[in-house]
Unconditional design. Structure first.
Length: 139
């Protein structure tokens, strides 16, 4: 007896998704996971402390202000290789702080989100990518 390939095989039920639910591509699943983790990280970072928004803006400005004023008080000259030292210092420190914060926050990303790995959609690289993106948005 020949097997008719046009008929669906009901011998093994498909439990991968609920009946009637539309299938999503892996890209859409990843985007959904990243968005949910982004919202979770952003809310926890800004709402955990009353002054979260203030420190997010004030800390980089304070570091740059201190570095510019120290350079202005103790070193002579207003230019570094033909550029104004304030602009040079801002660009350099923002790049340094972005790299430093990305590396430091990425270290604890997997451990902090370990509970989310029970869901098969969440992969260990997802919290690292989301934290790096959020840190880039903050600066």
């Amino acid at each position: 007896m020949a097997i008719d390939s046009s008929r669906p095989d009901f011998s093994q039920p498909d439990f991968s998704r609920p009946a009637g639910a539309p299938s999503r591509s892996s890209w859409r699943v990843a985007k959904s996971v990243w968005f949910a983790m982004f919202m979770r990280e952003a809310i926890s970072r800004t709402m955990a402390d009353r002054m979260g928004w203030f420190w997010m803006i004030f800390e980089p400005l304070a570091i740059i202000g201190v570095m510019v004023s120290v350079r202005g008080l103790f070193m002579s000259g207003r230019h570094i290789a033909g550029a104004d030292y304030v602009a040079w210092m801002v660009v350099g420190l923002m790049g340094f702080m972005l790299f430093r914060e990305n590396m430091m926050r990425s270290i604890g990303a997997v451990e902090a989100n370990r509970g989310l790995f029970a869901y098969r959609q969440v992969k260990p690289i997802d919290p690292v990518l989301v934290r790096c993106f959020l840190e880039g948005m903050e600066l």
